[in-house]
Design a protein around this ligand. Structure first.
Ligand code: GLU
Length: 427
């Protein structure tokens, strides 16, 4: 099952539970617009390479489309459609005035030097200029794009527009109209929910064991925030592999420092793996996912838990910090076994929530304190979580189904306000 099929299957699973028109289902099942371009980059060795770039608007009934741009070799138009689909429901669930979008470039960014990445980032905006904008579609960082890339991109947007437009992209550097607290927002949103759920279970942080897959912006920051609260981080990994401890807790900052002190930071990305930084207790990503822990946090890429490994997953709770890390079929198997899954469209929504705050700050040219960002993020995340628990109880479903019920209802209200078949056929 592709991620798009998985996402559609998840929406389909709630079809009998809510009363909305067939047209709304049809609209939500189909991306509004998908654009593919080729982006020329003059390489440092003189040759010209063309990279495939994509941008998808899934739906914009609730507001301008919103979603990240990823630089990754596995990016395709279908993957961008699936990720844009998730953004539509994520924004709706959190009550944001946005639709869903996503984009990316099919490239291994670690093979490019800084100049080539700079040129690719500007090339992306030149190619999609007419498809994006502060009131049309607002891109943001995603896998292997960071605030510096967003800074280059907004600069390119403003050059073409011949006017300042900081609200055209979010996740920018602070000095270029970024927001305080955007850097760790994805992880922090999940952190507030995890703390709430652990409190509800009547447990204390030192009694809770956690494994995190992925050591990028989301994975590193969630490990760090939870560690600082006293949770036991028993395993961490990056794309090449990971490490575990059977005694107390790993110290995320110490591992990050060790990775960086090795000195091999290849241009924009740290090339050094956790496995090079720690010499003992090395585990593979597969082994990490199968560890017997209280909470497993997949924070890397999609389809990590699927029908091949779901029977070996022992975690009692899974928090989807990545987009689509569990396939639809594997999710059914986990639900049947009573594993609690906090769905991606809630768990990783902190990033887009603070992107929204950034966009509001850009529009008013009034910048918030870090305390305000944290407080408003916490409130939005917890309101959405408690709301879902109410839906879950009323419909007797799991959290993912509850999340789709809640977000689909909000979308349907907006789509159907313009009239449905029933309205137009009435004499
Ligand atoms: N790429 C992030 C996501 O998947 C953030 C999107 C945004 O801030 O617009 O939610």
């Amino acid at each position: 099952m592709s991620m798009l099929e998985s996402a559609r299957a998840q929406l389909d699973s709630i079809r009998d539970r809510i009363d909305i028109s067939d047209e709304t289902w049809k609209i939500l099942d189909t991306p509004k617009a998908s654009l593919e371009v080729s982006i020329p980059v003059r390489r440092t060795n003189g040759s010209l390479d063309l990279y495939k770039g994509y941008r998808v608007h899934h739906n914009d009934s609730l507001g301008p489309a919103k979603g990240g741009i990823r630089f990754h070799p596995s990016v395709t138009i279908v993957e961008a459609q699936a990720l844009a689909f998730l953004m539509t429901f994520k924004c709706s669930l959190l009550g944001l005035p946005y639709g869903g979008a996503k984009g990316g470039v099919q490239v291994d960014p670690k093979e490019l030097d800084k100049h080539e990445l700079h040129s690719l980032s500007r090339g992306y905006i030149s190619a999609f200029y007419n498809f994006i904008g502060p009131d049309i579609d607002i891109p943001a960082p995603d896998v292997y794009t960071n605030e510096m890339v967003m800074g280059w991109m907004v600069d390119q947007y403003e050059k073409i527009a011949r006017s300042k437009a900081p609200g055209a992209l979010t996740g920018k550097p602070l000095s270029r109209g970024g927001s305080l607290g955007r850097d760790d927002a994805t992880a922090r949103g999940a952190y507030y929910i995890i703390c709430e759920m652990v409190k509800e279970m009547g447990k204390k942080p030192p009694e809770v064991t956690i494994a995190v897959q992925g050591f990028g912006n989301a994975g590193y920051n969630i490990a760090k925030l939870l560690f600082m609260d006293g949770f036991k981080i028993v395993a961490l990994s990056d794309s090449k592999g990971g490490t575990f401890t059977s005694s107390d807790s790993l110290i995320p900052d110490a591992i990050m420092d060790a990775k960086q002190q090795l000195g091999i930071v290849a241009e924009m990305y740290c090339e050094q793996s956790i496995c090079d930084a720690v010499e003992e207790n090395i585990i593979s990503n597969e082994e990490l996912l199968e560890m017997d822990v209280d909470i497993l946090i997949p924070a890397a890429i999609e389809n990590q838990i699927n029908m091949d490994n779901v029977d070996r997953i022992k975690a009692r709770m899974i928090v989807e910090l990545a987009n689509g890390p569990i396939s639809a079929e594997a999710h059914i198997a986990l639900s049947d076994r009573g594993v609690t899954v906090v769905p991606d469209i809630l768990a990783n929504a902190g990033g887009v929530v603070v992107s929204y705050f950034e966009w509001l700050q850009n529009r008013s040219s009034y910048y918030w304190s870090i305390e305000r960002v944290h407080e408003e993020l916490r409130e939005r995340m917890l309101v959405a979580y408690h709301d879902l628990k109410g839906v879950q109880k009323r419909h007797d479903v799991d959290l993912r189904a509850a999340a789709y019920i809640r977000s689909t209802r909000r979308l349907a209200a907006s789509i159907e306000a313009g009239g449905t078949k029933e309205f137009f056929e009435r004499k």
